[in-house]
Ligand binder design. Structure first.
Ligand code: NIG
Ligand code: FE
Length: 400
């Protein structure tokens, strides 16, 4: 058993059985000051105030007043990609929008060409460098999407690389088949939707979830419904890209098909909030892409004030969010979306875990859950995390 003692703030304590936070609960988290936490065999065994700490521990770490919080649960990433799109970054600086870059054959299709030219080993190596980077920054579980193959070979190559990552890292990895990320070269939309449906049996061998980019210029709600219906018999639960570029109807189609999450939501109205109420779908926001693309931030406050929960994820990808830094995500939502640090914490831990179907396993300080923990340097508090948003804060990251 390992025990961390003299913890200044132990935050993110959630009673057993609570799988997500919604509405006013978003602003609540259990905190113990001057605390200890013990874990063994990768599981949290006990925690409490220091006067209850076990006395006879051989393996003892002195936090010296540092904070302990659950590791970040990043429920939406495209961390597997090949090459670089820094040329498009220059186009963007010169004034081209994300849609204009995509229309010129850049964007997702550019990444698709790079990926299809890359060997599986090289793709694994390039992607692992980023996975190691985010683990060092406190991410202890993450979802990774395919979607840069856009043909059967490329998509399966990506899904195999995700599996290889899953098998080689201590972080928990979930895999999503996003064949419908853009229309593969040489196809009409109709042909490509059929091609995606044909990829499903093989994809289902490797992936946990299915995703569709249901947005203006990409896939329609009809395309999305067809793909989700074809995926359902394989047990692939949907996680949908919706309402990033326009009011796409993606939230409605996602909820109607029992989506685990609907993600982006930069453009939403009351209708989207209404269909989400009472559903099991987690609205997930990706402020890193609003920051990078200069598009509106999702209106998280409206969702929470309407009684909903939200998750926050990095969207780490080469085109719209080239950062997987979850502490920066917390800072963005506090500064630009007026969430409290506690709301931000719940959104990047428990609710992020929920959006990957993992919240009974991780995402909070709860006895029996995975001991996926961040130990900070001395002096840190929950409020300081998003406030001092560039100062290094991590002393160690523990993986179950
Ligand atoms: O989540 N919106 C669609 N997909 C990504 C962008 C992918 C890319 O540009 O490579 C996103 O923003
Ligand atoms: Fe995305």
């Amino acid at each position: 058993m390992t025990t961390i003692i003299n913890i200044g703030e132990l935050v993110g304590i959630v009673p057993e059985g609570i799988l997500r936070k919604q509405g006013p609960e978003m602003d609540e988290t259990g905190i113990i000051r001057n605390a200890f936490i013990s874990f063994a065999n990768g599981r949290i065994v006990d925690f409490g105030p220091m006067d209850k700490a076990p006395g006879d521990n051989i393996d003892c770490i002195d936090a010296r007043g540092g904070m302990v919080l659950p590791g970040f649960c990043d429920s939406h990433t495209h961390i597997v990609w090949a090459g670089s799109r820094d040329g498009e970054f220059l186009d963007k600086i010169r004034g081209l929008s994300y849609e204009q870059i995509a229309a010129r054959g850049g964007g997702i299709l550019n990444s698709s060409d790079l990926l299809n030219r890359s060997s599986e080993d090289s793709l694994y190596e390039q992607s692992m460098a980023r996975v190691s980077e985010v683990m060092a920054k406190g991410t202890t579980s993450l979802e990774i999407k395919s979607g840069y193959g856009l043909n059967p070979e490329g998509e399966m190559k990506m899904l195999r690389v995700i599996r290889q990552i899953r098998e080689s890292v201590p972080a928990l990895v979930k895999s999503t088949f996003l064949g419908a990320h853009a229309i593969g070269r040489g196809h009409t939309r109709e042909e490509y939707v059929r091609a995606v449906i044909e990829m499903l049996p093989d994809a289902a061998e490797l992936a946990d979830f299915v995703d569709v980019f249901c947005d203006e210029g990409f896939f329609t709600t009809d395309d999305t419904a067809r793909i989700l219906e074809a995926a359902a018999p394989y047990g692939l639960r949907p996680k949908i890209h919706a309402n990033e570029l326009a009011l796409s109807g993606g939230v409605q189609v996602g909820v109607a098909h029992g989506a685990l999450s609907v993600d982006h939501l930069e453009r939403t109205m009351e209708a989207e909030i209404e269909v989400l109420k009472g559903s099991a779908t987690m609205p997930t926001m990706l402020p890193g892409s609003s920051f990078f693309l200069g598009i509106p931030f999702a209106e998280a406050r409206k969702f929470i004030d309407a009684g909903l929960g939200i998750a926050l994820a990095s969207d780490y990808n080469p085109g719209s969010s080239p950062s997987g830094d979850m502490r920066f995500v917390m800072a963005l939502v506090c500064i630009r979306m007026r969430l409290t640090p506690t709301e931000a914490l719940n959104a990047v831990t428990l609710n992020g875990a929920y959006a990957m179907g993992l919240s009974s396993e991780c995402g909070s300080i709860t006895r029996g859950k995975r001991a996926d923990l961040i130990l900070t340097e001395p002096g840190w508090t929950l409020t300081k995390l998003p406030y001092l948003y560039q100062t290094p804060f991590i002393r160690s990251v523990y993986f179950a």
